[in-house]
Design a protein around this ligand. Structure first.
Ligand code: ADP
Ligand code: MG
Length: 403
């Protein structure tokens, strides 16, 4: 039997998908931007097929090296937000069917994570995955009503900075900014602490937000604000507030939002009266902290601690996905707050998508290859680097990935 190259590739790809279970990895290369500098030139990446990225690295001896990576999907610089969303809309949909879903944006600062997740402010056609997911979910919710489905949707937004949780919708930060009275009445807090969550409580700074997993396998974060929502517009208002909360943190704590993980969570409970069916899905959309290495972030003092915390949580995330993909007995969820928080949404029959964002700017090539290496670890997707090429640059990449 002769199998043509393309068929073979497809077969291998399908076999790989089966092997990997519910973990997918996409790669998105952003376009060159004016701020990438005068020396910027395209061609750091090329795309031999829709599934492959060829990265051109330059080692310390100035030799050009080629690294080839395969992904479930590669988005070239001209891919629109719409095109990206088309590829994930089914995954978003599955949260309404009762699945637990995590979609991560990974990459160095400036690689396009926030653009991918949120889009460009003020440009409706460049909306990102979060607003598009919201629109889809509320539209589908509406149409499923005709089949007897009723859904309750709750939203929470938090950031993890230096392995501590901050509630981005906490009462004292955001109540004053809520325009709609409907939002106020819908605001509630999670779990037993809900009674103590009031507008007069102003002690958010000291809160620890302990994470627990309940008997049903759901994450419970004590004291975290949970808001019942009925429309994508309502959630958009909350997203604006969360953005404000993040920037307040920035001036108070001298940090940039790109140094923390942003976790947006929709909890979706559905009930069908006529069939007595019940579903409970979760959609987590996560804009991860910038993955740049210590040397790149110019880290000393607090900045060093910050970078170490980011590196530790990102490597914990890769360890967890790696262990899950290989169906290992022990999955080290407890090694970071991020993985412990997301534990119920990462294992079992939940679905994970990692969008690895890279910049085409040649000055970012080491960071970009680091990101691709990270993806390679969670996706087993680097193909054929000849041994003799794994010299200096690979050593740098490997050591920086081990953090
Ligand atoms: P990150 O969140 O990873 O730090 P951003 O999303 O803020 O990076 O992107 C950095 C800059 O690049 C922003 O000005 C953003 O608008 C722009 N950008 C990123 N991705 C794209 C894209 N696919 N198309 C156009 N502009 C993009
Ligand atoms: Mg960002």
């Amino acid at each position: 039997i002769i199998i043509e190259g393309e068929n073979l590739r497809k077969k291998l790809h399908n076999a790989l998908l089966e092997l990997k279970g519910n973990i997918r990895v996409f790669c998105r290369v952003r376009p060159l931007l004016p701020e990438d500098g005068v020396n910027a030139e395209p061609g750091v990446f090329s795309y031999p097929t829709a599934l492959e990225v060829l990265g051109r690295g330059i080692d310390l001896m100035q030799n050009v090296q080629k690294h080839s990576f395969a992904f479930d999907k590669v988005f070239m610089p001209d891919a629109s937000q719409e095109e990206v969303f088309v590829e994930i809309s089914q995954l978003v949909q599955s949260a309404l069917d009762g699945y637990k879903v995590c979609i991560f944006a990974y990459g160095q600062t400036g690689s396009g994570k926030t653009y991918t997740m949120m889009g460009r402010p003020g440009s409706p056609d460049q909306k990102g995955l979060i607003p598009r997911s919201l629109e889809q979910i509320f539209q589908t919710k509406q149409s499923l009503q005709q089949q007897g489905w009723k859904y309750d949707i709750q939203v929470s937004m938090l950031e993890i900075y230096n392995d501590s949780i901050r509630d981005l919708l906490s009462a004292n930060r955001s109540f004053a900014d809520i325009k709609s009275p409907a939002n106020r009445s819908n605001r509630s807090c999670f779990s037993p602490a809900s009674r103590s969550c009031s507008r007069t409580e102003n002690s958010v700074a000291g809160k620890k937000y302990p994470i627990k997993h309940d008997a049903n396998g759901n994450t419970v974060v004590s004291d975290l604000t949970i808001v019942n929502v009925h429309s994508s517009r309502e959630v958009s208002n909350l997203l604006d507030q969360a953005a404000q909360s993040r920037s307040v943190g920035k001036t108070q704590m001298n940090e940039q939002s790109s140094r923390s993980h942003f976790v947006f969570t929709l909890q979706i409970s559905g009930y069908n009266e006529s069939t007595d069916q019940q579903v409970r899905g979760v959609l987590n959309l996560i804009d991860l902290a910038g993955s740049e290495r210590l040397s790149r972030s110019g880290a000393i003092g607090d900045r060093l601690k910050e970078t170490q915390a980011i590196n530790k949580s990102l490597s914990s995330l890769s360890d967890v996905i790696f262990a899950l993909a290989r169906k290992e007995d022990h999955v080290p969820f407890r090694n970071s707050k991020l993985t412990y928080l997301l534990q119920p949404c990462l294992g079992g029959d939940s679905k994970t998508l990692m969008v690895v964002n890279v910049s085409p700017d040649p000055s970012s090539v080491v960071e970009s290859l680091c990101s691709l290496r990270f993806a390679a670890r969670v996706n087993a997707c680097e193909i054929g680097i000849p041994q003799r090429q794994t010299n200096n640059i690979s050593k740098i990449l490997n050591s920086s990935l081990n953090f």
